[in-house]
Ligand binder design. Structure first.
Ligand code: 5AD
Ligand code: FES
Length: 347
């Protein structure tokens, strides 16, 4: 196992058979070694720094019905909200004061937010915060729409592929197609936005072979960012009784992604912090180098409930800003409040 890990760290590549071998056979000591190699590779490219992004969850209206997600359209118990342009600008202003230089605007697939409204919103945020990067995460759109967002000032786009196994993907996403998901990711990349893909860990029926598919897909796509978090059931969804993914498996996959894509921007996600009280710290110790504290107003925080047990739902943005810095320091890293572009990215 050590030989394979060394080879992966040295060449940033393993075959799918070798990756499966690792996932199936690593023991605790091997996994510890894997995490050490991943931290070292992260350090080569980013030193001890961890980037911070301010997350604004601006609408939980959604036309999709993903089986795992708490804001799926069939969830009649979800209390729907939508922030206005003014409220979003206030979040950014607060974020800017707290030092953030990236805002991540995330929302469900909400028809109210037409391209025109998104463009207007992005223009206003960029005008008020010219030195900040904007990351958008609002789902599957056409090539033309992604282009419009970019022209308005969007720098990055997050669209997790969720799972690269077609059958598993289609069983979890009624009325959506795996091919369209992948089309979106290739369009975003072609347009020249920094692109983020990613997947959940521990979906019902998901196997190590599925994870190998995810890893090989990521190696091939070569995105700037990869979001990985454990699946966690939400009580008003069809998967309410399913078992959650584990933190430990998520740490392993974070390290493997770090070694396959040495320069990738890799968040220690909120889901990871929700499943394990030390999840974000351990994520950083597995090779992650980004955290995304919440900037949404407190009165809507507890409504963006993709899964049960989400952390920070009652906390002010300023509290999270301080809390997360302490956590980053306790894990042995330092905060970098810059825009935090991918190291290969030239404006
Ligand atoms: N558990 C964990 N992650 C979830 N997401 C959605 N629902 C869940 C859940 N129940 C993730 C998806 C999505 C991201 C915004 O949140 O991967 O892309
Ligand atoms: Fe929000 Fe710790 S990051 S309370």
């Amino acid at each position: 196992m050590r030989k394979l890990i060394d080879q992966l760290a040295r060449t940033s590549f393993l075959t799918s058979v070798e990756l499966l071998d690792l996932l199936d056979h690593m023991n605790e000591a091997d996994i510890k070694y894997l995490h050490e190699r991943a931290i070292a590779v992260k350090k080569d490219h980013y030193g001890d720094t961890v980037y911070m992004r301010g997350l604004i969850e601006f609408t939980n209206y959604c036309t999709n019905d993903c089986l795992y997600c708490g804001i799926r359209k069939s969830n009649r118990n979800a209390e729907r909200y939508r922030l206005t342009k003014e409220q979003i600008l206030e979040c950014c202003e607060m974020g800017n004061t707290l030092g953030y230089r990236t805002f991540v605007l995330q929302g469900g697939d909400d028809p109210y937010y037409t391209d025109e409204r998104i463009v207007d919103l992005i223009t206003a945020i960029k005008t008020a915060n010219p030195d900040c990067a904007i990351t958008l995460s609002i789902g599957e759109k056409s090539y033309e729409s992604y282009k419009k967002y970019q022209d308005a000032g969007v720098d990055r786009y997050l669209l997790r592929h969720e799972t690269n196994s077609r059958q598993l993907y289609e069983s979890l996403h009624p009325d959506m197609s795996y091919d369209n998901r992948i089309r979106c990711l290739t369009d975003i990349k072609e347009i020249g936005l920094q692109v983020g893909a990613g997947f959940m860990v521990g979906l019902p029926g998901q196997t190590n072979t599925d994870f190998v598919n995810d890893l090989m897909f990521l190696k091939d796509l070569n995105p700037h960012m990869v979001g990985i978090g454990p699946f966690m059931p939400q009580k008003n969804t069809p998967l309410k009784d399913a078992e959650s993914g584990t933190a430990a498996k998520t740490y392993v996959l974070l390290s493997l992604v770090r070694l396959l894509l040495p320069k990738v921007l890799l968040p220690a996600t909120t889901a990871l912090g929700s499943i394990d009280p030390k999840g974000r710290e351990n994520g950083l110790k597995s090779g992650a180098n980004v955290v995304m504290p919440n900037l949404s107003p407190t009165n809507v925080r507890d409504k963006y409930l993709l899964y049960d047990g989400k952390i920070c739902t009652g906390d002010e943005a300023a509290h999270c800003r301080g809390c997360i810095e302490k956590r980053i320091n306790s894990a042995g890293f330092v905060v970098d409040m810059g825009r935090g572009d991918h190291v290969s990215y030239k404006e």
